[in-house]
Design a protein around this ligand. Sequence first.
Ligand code: NDP
Ligand code: 2IT
Length: 452
Amino acid sequence: MTTFPADAPAPLREARERIHARNAGLPTFLQAVDEVFADLAPLVAQQPDLVAHALLDRLAEPERVLTFRVPWTDDAGRVHVQRGYRVQFNGALGPYKGGLRFHPSVTLDTVTFLAFEQTFKNALTGLPLGSGKGGADFDPKGRSDAEVMRFAQSFMTELHRHLGDDVDVPAGDVGVGAREIGYLFGQYKRLAGRFEAGVLTGKPPAWAGLAGRASATGYGLAYFAERMMDARGGTLEGRTCVVSGAGNVARYAARKLAAFGAHVVACSDSTGRVHDPAGLDVDLLDAVKDERREGLAAYADARPGATFTADATVWDVPCDAAFPCATENELDAGDAKALIAHGVTLVAEGANMPCTPGAVDAFREAGVAYGPGKAANAGGVATSGLEMRQNARFETWTEDRTDEGLRDVMAHVHAACTEAARRIGRPGDLAAGANVAGFERVAGAMHDQGVV
Ligand code: NDP
Ligand code: 2IT
């Protein structure tokens, strides 16, 4: 439920009011809090003891928020200053865990909302992972490798003192892939004076990384969608799909959906949208986005039959299934109505909170199967958990072993959401199920550990 219920139990309503009053400058964070708290109403009404000892206030207050200066020098010798962040949100279930985002739009609001979402996502995986998120308002676009390296080294020079393989374990997110993780790891190693393999995840498999981590979020999203289809007695085969974004999550999702026999006909980036009725050529997308670091117009130039539209989204391309994989609040109520008018039956989120509350309401009203990001994209962080396990045991896993682990986790997450939704009287509502199941696990641990 996305509109906060006026008749919610008093402890929930009052905690929400306190949280809103003290976080007025963080609207995206408050949006995420409201989405979770609204779905907790039936649970709190049944079991008010669950939220005793100000549990809700503690759940919505990060354990620690770090902001720091990140100066760096560009290739022309000019000095720039960015703002770095790490929000260590909840450590009840394990070391803080969550990605780093390098994008000019990053603010305290961004990283706080992402870290809060990560709390429930990581809980849903069933693994021993606390939650965190970080990043900086650095724009890697148009920067040379040497500039990205100098920035990453400066960022880690401050962050390293707050990390450790049993303290806080960052990974990638928007703008942070294998290249950035490599530079960050190199600087951590130099400062720490030891090869602490498990301090970062998403490392290249050639040295301490896990084969299958790079593809895990996108593949996991497709596995989750497969479960959603199965629950309604269908499959992905022959379905027309669109994905937004053209980054790590979008491209691996497109690959696995195509492997399931779906037709993935559109994707997008910050410059516009590509429509390719013959089905996306993901190898070409890799070349355009990773090797050449260009916009999607270059894809259409190289691909007969594909069209590029500047500043357009994928939401008006007719499809059976839609996968928002770019960024938060990228799909609003108007987009949802366009998708519904074209007959969409499934929406699963690769990105974190890409659908606005109005869009989620529209999907629920229309009976569209809706998979929330904190469940549908949990395969990335879950596989990071496997990378931590590999590193702790001094092992090297095969991609097949990782894939088996990923499939198991996605099945577990889907089952946990389905079971919780049924238990609170909202069968099939995976968003409500995700919020309740994630909450129950983290709240249980917080209760056991006392008022901390
Ligand atoms: P990437 O940086 O690899 O790709 C992001 C894509 O989205 C790019 O195509 C980018 O366009 C586009 N994009 C990003 N921000 C904006 C914006 N503000 N406006 C318009 N377009 C934008 O990131 P990921 O694929 O890793 O992440 C995508 C989403 O998935 C994010 O919400 C992230 O939090 C989430 N996620 C990522 C996980 C992971 O393991 N990487 C795990 C779980 C969730 P352009 O190329 O033009 O910059
Ligand atoms: O949003 C996410 O779950 C991620 N960016 C992945 C986090 C991780 O630690 O692998």
